[in-house]
Design a protein around this ligand. Structure first.
Ligand SMILES: *[C@@H]1O[C@H](CO)[C@@H](O)[C@H](O)[C@H]1NC(C)=O
Length: 258
């Protein structure tokens, strides 16, 4: 009785030790998997059509300015870039600006390192509604906010008359988002009243875009966002032609990985 009791506890100890080792090994694998899995090297290039998105994407890819066309397909490439101390492989994605397709970007925000939002500075005034809505959807995306993804607004100009500079672009966009904020908010409240409490788990678009931008009772400003939003100018003949006129954009991308 004494002996078999001893054996029993010996076996139990063995099981326990085995269990601990198994748990540690399992935990190690699960951890390393979650650390390795989301390679956050994606740069999303967003904006409405004719904003210069694909020109920028192609420049990163080929280091040349090539003529591009409006497309209904996204462009994607893995491309190494040299930062100060290391080389990183960028995953560059140019999402079509067509209203039916541009919200595809929501699927990629969890693996996104930075977002470049292109604006055609010569047509912003006439396209302000569409551009404003597009930018609003980007800023209000729950992953964009939760992961505090940095955003670069590139004011793309091509020596065209009436091109706005970056402070004009910032002011006009801030005003438009301020307006949209109140209309979106009241339509959300209406949605809540019509369908009971919307807790954000619905499968419609609203569940991606329910975050309030900035502070209530205060005029919208990009500085009030948790995301760092930077404005630069670009243009194939504008300022300097280094990096195809995209040198400020390139610098911003390099700094993201440094
Ligand atoms: C910006 O808009 C103007 C006017 O429609 C157009 O000529 C120009 O090509 C556009 N820029 C880009 C980069 O598409």
């Amino acid at each position: 009785m004494f002996v078999s009791g001893n054996l029993m506890s010996y076996a139990a100890l063995l099981y326990l030790a085995f269990g601990i080792v198994a748990a540690v090994v399992l935990k190690y694998f699960v951890l390393s998997e979650t650390i390795r899995k989301p390679k956050k090297n994606t740069i999303l290039i967003l904006g409405t059509t004719k904003s210069g998105k694909t020109t920028l994407w192609a420049y990163f890819r080929y280091h040349r300015l090539i003529p591009t066309q409006t497309s209904m397909e996204k462009n994607e490439v893995e491309k190494p870039i040299h930062c100060k101390e290391k080389s990183v492989v960028l995953h560059l994605m140019d999402i079509p600006g067509h209203p039916k397709l541009r919200n595809e970007f929501h699927d990629y925000t969890p693996i996104t390192k930075g977002i470049i939002f292109m604006v055609n500075s010569s047509t912003l005034k006439s396209d302000i509604q569409e551009v404003g809505e597009n930018l609003y959807d980007v800023l209000a995306d729950k992953h964009v906010q939760k992961l505090e993804i940095p955003i670069l607004v590139a004011c793309h100009k091509q020596d065209l008359k009436g091109s706005l500079d970056r402070s004009d672009v910032e002011n006009i966009l801030a005003q438009e988002i301020d307006k949209l904020r109140s209309t979106r908010q009241s339509s959300l409240q209406k949605h809540d009243n019509d369908h009971g409490n919307n807790n954000g788990d619905g499968d419609d678009d609203a569940d991606e875009t329910t975050e309030f931008l900035g502070f209530e009772n205060k005029k919208f400003s990009f500085e009030d966002l948790v995301n760092h939003v930077t404005f630069v100018e670009s243009g194939t003949r504008y300022k300097n032609e280094d990096f195809g006129g995209f040198s400020d954009i390139n610098e911003w991308v390099v700094e993201l990985f440094d």
